[in-house]
Design a binder for this molecule. Structure first.
Ligand code: ATP
Ligand code: MG
Length: 367
């Protein structure tokens, strides 16, 4: 897919911007605080309807103004598409509106039309950071890829909140209601577990091959493992559902005692191993970084394979984290993608399709 035009209105430091990117590698060069990350965040927002940078989306609206809009034209497999996402501040909170080709749509309909894979410095903590970071990578990728997954995820989140409210209650939890919540959690949670199993298997195979291509055999193989909270022996839909039910039964007393949900895919994790050892516990920083890079490339490839077309790649400020050799190798790798956006504070020796200077929320194409 190709983003062919991007329009910003009152988005962070952009009062108004018209940007016509090109296919291939778009390099954005600029000093600190000029609007490079804001621009990439806006492309991500256009694609996923959410910011990958903040959960307080009111921050995206330019200071002192009531609303921000990102809109754009893209070329996707079914044809050209026009998307827009508006964030409006109101007395009752922040509201978002989405349109496709001018018509208002629900978020679930909007999501996945323009798919993006992002790589930002925060991802460098993927190996050592909290499990929530790894879950959100998987959720963001699968939600863009599959409407069924997104629906299951949204349902699961709602049901989990209801169940936790019940468990937290002052009086003894209503057992019938608890059983009902558990049944619903099994239904939506089974979808999540199923999709995550095959997605992580796909990531694992690809990341291992990519990593091997870079590092060879010396450090041993990179292994990515789905550390599911619910242990599953028979990985079919029924097998997962009954394993989930059994686990809930086993932890029933503990959940009532602890007043929170202890069982289910909201407690899933991903594990990285290198040469058999835990990368989080024993890996050097360089080894952890290489694993994250391999994972990100694998995520890109997997979404490409799943959707049958290339997602847009957003790389914010990750080059500065790499040494020269790795930077060159990485840029050679992304030079061939259908469309990528890379930000940097200094000139890069890359074969860019277009280079822009970003200064005070203005873009100027320089090559
Ligand atoms: P760096 O190289 O340091 O990462 P950058 O070019 O990526 O810089 P951005 O993160 O895009 O910089 O931020 C550019 C400017 O936008 C900052 O000065 C920031 O204060 C400003 N900014 C952020 N949010 C808003 C907002 N809601 N309204 C107005 N300005 C904002
Ligand atoms: Mg930045």
């Amino acid at each position: 897919m190709i983003l062919s035009r991007l329009t910003l209105a009152n988005v962070r430091n952009y009062a108004a911007l018209e940007f016509v990117p090109v296919p291939g590698l778009n390099v954005l060069i600029g000093a600190n605080a000029q609007g490079k990350s804001n621009l990439l965040e806006a492309i991500g927002l256009l694609g996923t309807g959410k910011s990958y940078r903040t959960s307080r989306e009111s921050e995206i609206v330019s200071a002192g103004l009531p609303a921000a809009t990102v809109s754009g034209d893209a070329l996707v497999k079914p044809g050209p598409i026009r998307l827009s996402c508006t964030i409006a501040l109101g007395t009752a909170g922040t509201r978002k509106r989405y349109t496709i080709n001018g018509a208002g749509v629900r978020y679930a309909t909007y999501l996945g039309k323009l798919r993006v894979v992002t790589f930002v410095p925060a991802h460098l903590h993927l190996v050592t950071g909290p499990p929530a970071l790894r879950r959100s990578l998987v959720n963001a990728a699968l939600s863009q890829e599959s409407a069924v997954y997104y629906a299951a995820l949204a349902a699961y989140g709602k049901q989990l909140a209801q169940k936790n409210a019940l468990l937290r209650g002052m009086v003894a939890a209503d057992q019938t209601l608890l059983a009902t919540y558990n049944e619903r959690l099994i239904e939506s949670g089974t979808e999540l577990i199923l999709a995550r199993r095959s997605f992580v298997a796909e990531l694992d195979a690809r990341a291992r091959a990519i990593h091997h291509g870079w590092v060879g055999d010396v450090e041993g193989a990179l292994v990515l493992q789905y550390a599911a909270n619910v242990p599953v022996e028979v990985p079919t839909r029924d097998g997962i559902a009954s394993a989930f039910a059994a686990r809930l039964q086993e932890y029933r007393a503990a959940e009532l005692l602890r007043k929170t949900s202890l069982v289910g895919p909201h407690r899933d994790d991903l594990e990285f191993r290198l040469g058999g050892a835990s990368l989080a516990a024993f890996g050097s920083q360089g080894q952890q970084r290489a694993a994250v890079l391999a994972l990100k490339v694998a995520e890109y490839e997997t979404l490409f394979a799943y959707g049958g077309e290339a997602p847009i790649l957003l790389l914010d400020d990750v080059l500065s984290e790499l040494d020269r050799g790795r930077r060159a190798a990485f840029l050679r790798g992304v030079a061939g993608v259908e469309q990528a956006f890379v930000t940097t504070t200094s000139e890069v020796d890359a074969t860019a399709a277009a280079t822009y200077h970003v200064a005070a929320a203005r873009l100027e194409r320089v090559a």
